[in-house]
Design a protein around this ligand. Structure first.
Ligand SMILES: [Zn+2]
Length: 439
């Protein structure tokens, strides 16, 4: 978890409610990164895409899965499982270095040239984020560029990837200033700052969810109406059938960054939209796409963006409350090393991030559990509304596993702790039996 993501998700109080068809790390802004490589898989994918340009058959070198791809899937999912822990300790380690060396206090002294409190906070925030970015950089490159390249997902050169990564970083620096300033203003004035911050975050988060799809996402990708007009008509018919009038359905050129496939729903009010990856349209049959879209429309109709926001706000309130209850003795104990003696000091920001990272890590089964419930509801909705067979729906899940190298049957503890979606094996079993049960 990159710190920017922690900042964006916790401080912005949003977790960017965005309900995708499957877990991949290509949804959030800073993590959309890929590149062209000469590995065999990349060649495989290139030839796949060429063959798909002329024919829509799904019997390709990628699907059904070859034994080589199966081996690759297992190694990729093992790597991901280990990385979740590595990443957690790296994030904490970096924050500890910044704190225990007194570097945070030094950055605060430096920022004080700005005189006015708001600008001191902003300057500190930027210096701190740059420090954090540099210290995390080797891990960032390794996970998001090298590993993605090795497994053949990357569709960008290093420079393209890094350019987008820096853009995400710059967006983080700009968008987090208001919440961070608001946080320190409340801490200085109110005892129940954690409650007020959580409530104050609601309008901010709503605003951010509204503008993100139209202001931020287009900086990374092009969003076009679906180019296949037959498919578009079918999608709009499905939308009006479920009561979504004037729906915005977009095709995004996600293949620019990665070969992974997905679809998601995000935004609120006028910016609410369903987005399909171009890779999904290229590689899935019309019926499979309809099921995926039925699932996405389920999120839309059942107001999951609002429910997601509610869960996020409750979670933030709890995390900040717990931080308030536990952080003061730590500050007191290490005040000499840290170079600050109260939470009210902006130099405490890395410590606050440290607490939130730890709390988020240990309590994420709660938010993921809530998410899995909503994903399951969306699966049911997709089956009901499209009337596709259980086999078709199961095939869509099977393809996801093959194209995204996602383990259909992860260890139970991993699913419980980290998965925002039920495992693909469970989803496949469910859709197969669901149709049988309702026949
Ligand atoms: Zn979903």
């Amino acid at each position: 978890m990159k710190l920017i993501t922690v900042l964006c998700s916790i401080v912005l109080a949003t977790l960017l409610p965005c309900f995708a068809f499957a877990d991949t790390n290509t949804i959030t802004i800073p993590d959309t990164n890929y590149h062209q490589t000469q590995t065999t898989t990349q060649i495989e994918i290139d030839s796949l895409q060429q063959s798909l340009a002329t024919t829509t058959t799904d019997t390709t070198s990628m699907y059904p899965m070859s034994p080589e791809r199966k081996a690759k899937l297992i190694s990729y999912s093992r790597f991901n499982n280990i990385w979740r822990f590595v990443n957690f300790f790296v994030t904490i380690g970096v924050l500890c270095v910044i704190l225990f060396t007194g570097f945070s206090a030094r950055l605060r002294n430096l920022a004080q040239v700005a005189k006015k409190r708001f600008f001191i906070i902003w300057l500190f925030l930027i210096l701190f984020l740059i420090t954090d970015y540099i210290l995390n950089f080797p891990f960032n490159v390794y996970r998001n560029f090298i590993v993605e390249s090795d497994y053949g997902f990357m569709a960008q050169t290093f420079w393209q990837w890094w350019g987008e990564d820096l853009l995400g970083f710059a967006i983080g620096c700009v968008t987090t200033i208001i919440p961070v300033w608001f946080f320190y203003w409340l801490v200085g004035k109110f005892r129940r700052w954690w409650l007020l911050f959580s409530l104050g975050a609601i309008p901010f988060a709503v605003f951010f969810i509204i503008i993100a799809p139209v202001v931020i996402s287009p900086l990374f990708n092009d969003f076009q109406p679906v180019s296949d007009k037959t498919l578009e008509t079918k999608l709009l018919n499905l939308a009006s059938k479920v009561g979504i009038e004037g729906a915005d359905v977009f095709e995004v050129n996600a293949s620019k960054q990665s070969t992974k496939v997905n679809a998601y729903v995000t935004g609120l009010f006028g910016t609410k939209r369903i987005v399909l990856f171009d890779n999904l349209i290229k590689n899935f049959s019309p019926d499979e796409i309809m099921f995926v879209m039925g699932h996405e429309m389920g999120h839309y109709v059942m107001h999951h963006v609002w429910w997601g926001l509610l869960v996020a706000i409750m979670f933030i309130m709890f995390s900040l409350w717990l931080t308030d209850k536990t952080i003061h003795p730590i500050i007191h104990k290490f005040r000499k090393r840290f170079g600050f003696d109260k939470l009210n000091d902006i130099a405490s920001l890395p410590l606050v991030m440290l607490f939130l990272t730890v709390i988020m890590f240990f309590f994420q089964p709660i938010t993921n559990g809530a998410s899995r419930i909503m994903e399951h509801q969306a699966d049911i909705f997709g089956m009901e509304v499209t009337g596709v067979s259980g086999e078709t729906a199961a095939k869509a899940f099977d393809k996801l596993s093959v194209f995204n190298l996602s383990d259909p049957d992860p260890p139970a503890i991993i699913e419980f702790w980290f998965y925002s979606h039920p495992s693909l094996k469970k989803r496949m079993e469910f859709v197969r039996n669901y149709k049988k049960a309702t026949k």
